[in-house]
Design a protein around this ligand. Structure first.
Ligand code: GLN
Length: 537
């Protein structure tokens, strides 16, 4: 098959966590801003089918696409940078590759052949990459290979890259290698040796890196560039420096000044022009020059890890820029909150967000926080589990349904105000079986949310098993908590609001997955506006 589409691969060397996802997203942004249609794909070498069953401590946030794929959090960066939706095809794991190959083997599709890593696994990997090129939707596909070169588990992916480079030719496939140039303070020197070794490791698999992106804490001198070029077989202008920056949103501009887009396009035989980053830079300008600050408490139970609530934190950056305020997000562990310390814990906050989550650990602290913000008119935003906790708090303290709970936390609760849906009860498998992906929701006229969204029908992404129990619907509404968003297909409650409160919204879905630099999510924007107003009081 021949493709018009061009392929760029991003591999990593020397160390993990160098930010391949951000470099891939920044390059994609620069290409998109020159008129190219670009998408980014992540290949994850682990055996899990998807990260949906992984603990956030293991893998950070699980990101969800419109089509209900539970994916690596890098897809969140791709969407936030490009403002284009991704799908299941943008995240492939080794588990998924093997599952597909084994299914084909069982169906007899290999016609009696011995099924092997080469060619069957590598063919499956190549198909998953080229699949994105099938509908001629994209001019360029950027594929990020997870892990670090030299890892045993990434070998089949590197081999697939080697084959694609060989089969499709130099003008169609470019390999970018992201590496680290460590600084030895004792010697006061930047060291190139780890990069030389990592490029060599890549070459042992038959892949010559075309471009080096070098993460560094200090400027790389011309002589270091020359040295890297000479030892690693790359042109000097293909040694790209990636200095540490204050915000990931600065990286596209840095890559632009280093000419990453130019050298890549030249290698692909494509025209380069000046990228139009005007709206991107408008955002950056607002983000960097806030007029004031607001303090938001993020109440959750995975707060030690900055990646667990990645999309929420990024949504605050987008919505802060719109409001021209700096959003100081202070995480509070819900297990450390109780009746006696709540007033002190939430002192001086202008808004409280109760985070999504699973299981009973720390939920009483979340409920206590919601009671406090409800009684003290502090803007409140509950997401998924956060919304469910708001319903429980209201049921316990206003409806006086003692010990009302979710059946996720207490199977025998007398008042299951949050309950599992009938069609979920039969499900035994944990992976990929929640209510996932985009669902349509109808907003109640004159509600706060209909004003915020400025429309009647919205589409938002879900990832949960439990729901607001409609048996309590009437009681709850009669007492002042309103269901203002209803699922168009199932009739389930997707949004609750409180009357007589400046800003109290709980959503069963995850708005944070849809907030991007160029389309900040309206709920976050409005929540931050309410917090700004609160800070004036
Ligand atoms: N644990 C809850 C459920 O499954 C909420 C999930 C979430 O916050 N994403 O319904």
């Amino acid at each position: 098959m021949s493709y018009n589409t061009k392929f760029i691969f991003v591999t990593g060397g020397v160390s993990s966590s160098l930010g391949k996802g951000i470099v891939a997203a920044s390059l994609a942004k620069l290409l998109q801003a020159q008129g190219y249609r670009v998408t980014i794909q992540k290949l994850d070498p682990y055996i899990n089918i998807d990260p949906g069953t992984l603990n956030p401590y293991e893998h950070g946030e699980c990101y969800v696409t419109n089509d209900g794929a539970e994916t690596d959090l890098d897809l969140g960066h791709y969407e936030r940078f490009l403002n284009v939706a991704t799908s299941q095809a943008n995240n492939i794991t080794t588990g998924r590759i093997y599952q597909s190959v084994i299914n084909k083997e069982r169906k007899g599709e290999y016609l009696g052949k011995t099924v092997q890593v080469i060619p069957h696994i590598t063919d499956e990997i190549k198909e998953s990459i080229q699949y994105l090129a099938n509908n001629n939707e994209y001019d360029i596909i950027i594929t990020e290979i997870g892990g670090t070169v030299g890892d045993i588990e990434s070998l089949p992916y590197i081999e697939s890259l080697r084959q694609m480079k060989w089969e499709m030719g130099e003008n169609n496939v470019v390999a970018i290698h992201l590496t680290l140039i460590p600084y030895l303070s004792a010697a006061k020197e930047l060291k190139t040796k780890p990069t030389q070794h990592s490029v060599k490791t890549l070459m042992e698999s038959g892949v010559q890196a075309d471009v080096l992106v070098c993460r560094t804490e200090h400027e790389i001198s011309d002589s270091i560039r020359d040295k890297l070029a000479r030892f690693c077989n790359v042109d000097t202008d293909c040694v790209i420096q990636s200095l540490d920056v204050k915000t990931i949103y600065d990286v596209p501009n840095h890559m632009l000044s280093e000419g990453l887009d130019k050298v890549v396009l030249k290698k692909l035989g494509l025209k380069s022009s000046k990228p139009d980053l005007s709206s991107w830079n408008q955002f950056l300008n607002k983000y960097k020059h806030p007029k004031r600050a607001v303090r938001i408490a993020l109440i959750g139970k995975y707060i030690e890890l900055q990646d667990s609530y990645k999309s929420i934190l990024e949504s605050f950056i987008h919505s802060g820029a719109v409001n021209e305020v700096r959003v100081e997000v202070i995480p509070i562990h819900s297990e450390h909150i109780n009746k006696d310390n709540i007033a002190e814990k939430l002192e001086n906050f202008n808004g409280v967000l109760v985070a999504p989550g699973f299981g009973g650990r720390g939920i009483e602290g979340k409920i206590e926080s919601i009671k406090h913000v409800r009684l003290n008119n502090i803007p409140f935003f509950g997401i998924c589990l956060g919304m469910q906790m708001a319903v429980i708090e209201f049921s316990r303290n206003i409806l006086k349904l003692d010990d009302a709970n979710s059946t996720e936390m207490d199977l025998k609760t007398k008042y299951p105000v949050i309950d599992i849906m009938d069609d979920q009860k039969k499900i035994i498998n944990k992976g990929g079986t929640m209510r996932l992906g985009s669902w349509e929701c109808k907003l109640k006229k004159n509600s706060l949310v209909s004003k915020i969204y400025n429309c009647d029908i919205i589409h938002e992404r879900h990832r949960h098993r439990y729901e607001f129990n409609s048996e309590y619907f009437k009681d709850i509404e009669e007492n002042g908590m309103f269901a203002t968003g209803i699922n168009s297909d199932t009739g389930l409650v997707e949004i609750i609001e409180l009357k007589n409160h400046p800003w109290f919204v709980g959503v069963q879905f995850h708005p944070e997955y849809k907030s991007t630099v160029l389309s900040p999510h309206p709920l976050f924007v409005s929540f931050i506006a309410a917090a700004t107003k609160h800070s004036n009081n």
